[in-house]
Structures are given as structure tokens and as C-alpha cells.
Design a protein around this ligand. Structure first.
Ligand code: NAI
Ligand code: MG
Length: 477
């Protein structure tokens, strides 16, 4: 049954140019190759703008600008003055938050309430947090006298949290005295370009932050450039492995934040209605385009049927549609390619014998959408239990004892996050201690704070972002 409701569309106007160049050395620079590609709104399939494809020559110019800024202005600057610039960027993000949220939603398809209340808020919070560290770095690392910056950082970010991932990379890097060349994802470059404009308006010395748009070739050129001292990458495990191979034996530093297949573990003694809310936000937040999504639900056998019944009712209430509608829960799938990948994995689940449950609402006529979905009757060998779907698709499995839950949760090549729902504090601690995951949420899910480190085990990558631990990759001791 579809729910009838009145839409409430976010109408804050944003200015989108027809064409965007790179931001290099404080200026907007045409790509040397002249090639461009469109970025579209996945909810309407309309073209928003033409984006420059960065060539190796563009990357070379950006790295040179970053190097010059590093030597000339940024490293020699008093840390307290550096902090003022970073605070200025943080304030500008706050002041322009509505505009950034609308742009993020148009370019990437995520619900406006998420870009407004999560992405932009967290992006500003990261700049505020790391600005505070700029003149206190000698207290950040035990035994280090006065840690020095690393140099020029190449940052490559994905399309699921475009502005936030740019903030996660830029804020700690520049607060520690490094300069940055950022390569946004191909489907969502617009908020990174607005962030470049914000840096320009904040009078950040030219070359401290550079943005070169493009695709995997542009990213590969950045990784391979001899003038880069550190690469910070968030994206797929496949590309993470390529980057690791490219950098093997080089002097470059590397941090990788890759995929996940997180377990959300629900014990029979958990407050089930609360747990269901955590399960829903764990998998349907941002259409499931979340590296730490709770994409495997491990539910204690005795409450399996009850949980399935509650979840069935709950997904029926999720509003799917126009991401600019403030009531929307499930927005558009970021790209046609991602839509196809999710469809293919759903088909594999059905073909392998799992049972598909979906909300029953109609899909919009235009744009790329997937209904909130979950599978029961999943076995650990199914592809939907092993592979990152990166869509609004949950795989439900059962367990009997805590140790069985731990074993199943850890039965994955990934290890980014996990969730535990139980009324018993001791059980919660026991399970959390035995889960091989960078972040374990107890009786909650997807909670973030700039002071809290985030990162993975195994194929989910290495290095930590956020908190004091998040300074380490950007400092030489
Ligand atoms: P991707 O890893 O190809 O893209 C991420 C970024 O890396 C983009 O900026 C891209 O241009 C860049 N890139 C691509 N090839 C590169 C190379 N050889 N060298 C340097 N940079 C390169 O991810 P994609 O293709 O967009 O998504 C594929 C799958 O990856 C998704 O379905 C999802 O399962 C997973 N993924 C996971 C993410 C996470 O946060 N863990 C984020 C994005 C995707
Ligand atoms: Mg787009």
C-alpha cells in the first residue's frame, strides 16, 4: 500500500555553471586536453554541467602549485594563522550549508534531509575539529617533539559522500601544514568545486587546495606523480589494490578506506523496535551507498520471524522519490552503472535461492531508483552475503549463540564496521571485543564524530581518519 502525502520540496536556489574547469594554484584553469564529461542528476537524468577531464599535464600543474604553496606559504606559516584559514572554511561551509546540501542532492541523488542534516554538518564539523589541532600538534603524538607536515597530498574520493569525504581528506591535511590535490568522483564533482570556490573566497593562499576533476585516469595520474608525498584514497577495494601495487616500493605514504560488508547483530533480548530503526538506518541510509552500511543482518533465531514481520511493515513506510522532497527517505541511485550492479546482485540472490522482500511503492518514471529490499533465507555462501552491494539491499541470516554470531560476522574479507543490539551490557562488550571491525556501534548505527577514528581491517583498508589517530598519516615525526 502506497502512502499518500504532500510533498515539501526544498527550493533554495543554487547556481550551477554550464562548464567547470580545474581549480589549480588559486585560479580556474582549462584542462590541457579540452575533454569534458557531463555530470547528471540521477533523479531526473538531466545534465547539470560539463566537467573537465584532468590529464597527466593538469595533475602535473596542480602538484607543482601545491608544492610551491607548501614551500612558500603553508609550511612556514605560524600554525595559529593556518588554523584561522581552516576555521574560515568551516564557517563558510556552515553559512552556505543549504546551498551545499541542495547541490549535493542534485548531483548525487541522496535525500535532502540527509545532505542537509548529515553530510554538510559533518563536513563543517571536520574543518572545525582539525582547525583546533593546527597549533597543538606537538601534543598529538606521544614522544614527538614538533611533528612536521608530510608535503603534498593527493586525495581521491568516491561519490557516496562527496563533500564529506573531501572534508575528511582536506581538513586534517591542511591543518597539519600539508597542501592538497583533490580528485573528486566523476558522478559527483559539484560540491568539491563549490568547496574550491569557498577556499578561494576564504583567501586561502593559492595552491594550498587544488581540485582536478576527471575519472580513473586522472586519479591514476595523481597516484603515479613523483611529486606527491602521500595518497589518501577512499573507494572500491579493487581500485585500492591497484593503488597499493602502484605505490609498492615507492617512498609515498598511503592510506586506504575501502569497502565493507558489515554485520548488524540483533540478539533476542534487544529492544526490537529500536533495533529495527538501527537496521533501517544501517542499510537504507544514503540508499545503502555506504562503506560501513549494516548490509548483513544477523538475527538470533528465536526472534527471526518477529524481526522480519516488523521490518516488512517498517520498509512499507519509507518514502521513496524526489530527493529534494524533505520527506524523502530513499533517494536516487547515484548512477546508472550502480543501478545495474545492484539489479545484478538482487537477481543473483533470487537465483541462488534467497527470498526477496521489497517495499511495494511505485517507482518514479524518470531517474534511477531501487526499492528498499531485504532477503531472507540467505546462506553465507550466497553472493549477496559476501559481496558489497552498495545499495538498499539487506541480507538476513540467523545465529543461536553469541560465539556463532561473532564467527559469522567475522566471516568476510572486509572489516570496517559492525553493530550489536542487546539489552545486556556485558554481552555487548564481549561481542564488540571479538568483532574484527574498525568501528563497532552498540545499540546504535552510523554515528559519526570528527573526534572518533574511523577505518578498517583487512580488505577494508588501513589507516585511520578522524580523531588524533587521523592526524598521524599527515605528520612526519
Ligand atoms: P572507484 O573505486 O572506481 O572510484 C572511487 C574513486 O577512485 C573515484 O574518484 C575514481 O575516479 C577513482 N579511481 C578509479 N580508478 C582509479 C585508479 N586506477 N587510480 C586512481 N583513482 C581511481 O569506485 P566506483 O567504480 O565508483 O564504484 C564501484 C564499487 O566500489 C561500488 O559499487 C561500491 O561497491 C564500491 N565503492 C565503495 C566505496 C566506499 O566508500 N568504500 C565508495 C565508492 C565505491
Ligand atoms: Mg552527478
Amino acid at each position: 500500500m502506497a502512502l499518500a502525502y504532500a510533498p515539501s520540496i526544498e527550493t533554495t536556489p543554487v547556481r550551477i555553471r554550464h562548464r567547470y574547469d580545474h581549480f589549480i594554484g588559486g585560479r580556474w584553469v582549462r584542462s590541457s586536453g579540452g575533454e569534458t564529461f557531463p555530470t547528471v542528476n540521477p533523479a531526473t537524468e538531466e545534465e547539470l554541467a560539463q566537467i573537465a577531464v584532468g590529464t597527466a599535464e593538469d595533475i602535473d600543474r596542480a602538484v607543482a602549485a601545491a608544492r610551491q604553496a607548501y614551500e612558500k606559504y603553508w609550511r612556514p606559516m605560524r600554525p595559529a594563522d593556518r588554523a584561522k584559514y581552516v576555521y574560515r572554511i568551516a564557517r563558510a561551509i556552515t553559512e552556505r550549508s543549504r546551498e551545499l546540501a541542495v547541490l549535493e542532492t542534485k548531483d548525487g541523488g541522496k535525500p535532502i534531509k540527509e545532505s542537509r542534516d548529515f553530510d554538510v554538518v559533518q563536513a563543517a564539523a571536520n574543518f572545525f575539529y582539525f582547525a583546533g589541532w593546527a597549533d597543538k600538534l606537538r601534543y598529538a603524538l606521544h614522544g614527538a617533539q614538533e611533528p612536521a607536515p608530510v608535503g603534498v597530498v593527493g586525495s581521491i574520493v568516491p561519490w557516496n559522500f562527496p563533500l564529506l569525504m573531501a572534508a575528511w581528506k582536506i581538513a586534517p591535511a591542511i591543518s597539519c601544514g600539508n597542501t592538497v590535490v583533490l580528485k573528486p568522483a566523476e558522478t559527483t564533482p559539484l560540491t568539491a568545486l563549490l568547496l574550491a570556490q569557498i577556499c578561494e573566497e576564504a583567501d586561502l593562499p593559492p595552491g594550498v587546495v587544488n581540485v582536478v576533476t576527471g575519472d580513473g585516469r586522472t586519479g591514476a595520474a595523481l597516484v603515479a606523480h613523483a611529486g606527491v608525498d602521500k595518497i589518501a584514497f577512499t573507494g572500491s577495494t579493487d581500485v585500492g589494490k591497484i593503488i597499493q601495487k602502484t605505490l609498492a616500493g615507492s617512498r609515498k605514504r598511503l592510506t586506504l578506506e575501502l569497502g565493507g560488508k558489515a554485520a548488524n547483530i540483533v540478539f533476542a533480548d534487544a529492544p526490537l523496535d529500536q533495533a529495527i530503526e538501527g537496521v533501517v538506518s544501517g542499510i537504507y541510509f544514503n540508499q545503502g551507498h555506504v562503506c560501513c552500511a549494516g548490509s548483513r543482518l544477523l538475527v538470533q533465531e528465536s526472534v527471526h520471524d518477529e524481526v522480519v514481520e516488523k521490518l516488512t511493515a517498517r520498509i512499507e513506510t519509507l518514502r521513496l522519490g524526489d530527493p529534494l522532497d524533505k520527506n524523502t527517505d530513499i533517494g536516487a541511485i547515484n548512477s546508472l552503472a550502480q543501478h545495474a550492479k545492484i539489479s545484478e546482485l538482487i537477481e543473483s540472490g533470487v537465483a541462488e535461492g534467497a527470498v526477496l522482500h521489497q517495499q511495494s511503492c511505485a517507482l518514479p518514471e524518470r531517474g534511477w531508483f531501487h526499492r528498499a529490499s531485504f532477503f531472507t533465507g540467505v546462506s553465507q555462501s550466497h553472493r549477496i552475503a559476501r559481496e558489497e552491494i552498495f545499495g538498499p539491499v539487506l541480507s538476513i541470516m540467523t545465529f543461536r549463540t553469541a560465539d556463532e554470531a561473532i564467527e559469522k560476522a567475522n566471516n568476510t574479507p572486509y572489516g570496517l564496521s559492525a553493530g550489536v543490539w542487546t539489552d545486556k551490557g556485558a554481552k555487548s562488550m564481549y561481542v564488540a571485543q571479538h568483532l574484527q571491525a574498525g568501528v563497532v556501534w552498540c545499540s546504535t548505527f552510523n554515528q559519526f564524530d570528527p573526534s572518533s577514528p574511523f577505518g578498517g581491517y583487512r580488505e577494508s583498508g588501513f589507516g585511520r581518519e578522524g580523531g588524533v589517530a587521523g592526524l598521524r598519516p599527515y605528520l612526519a615525526v
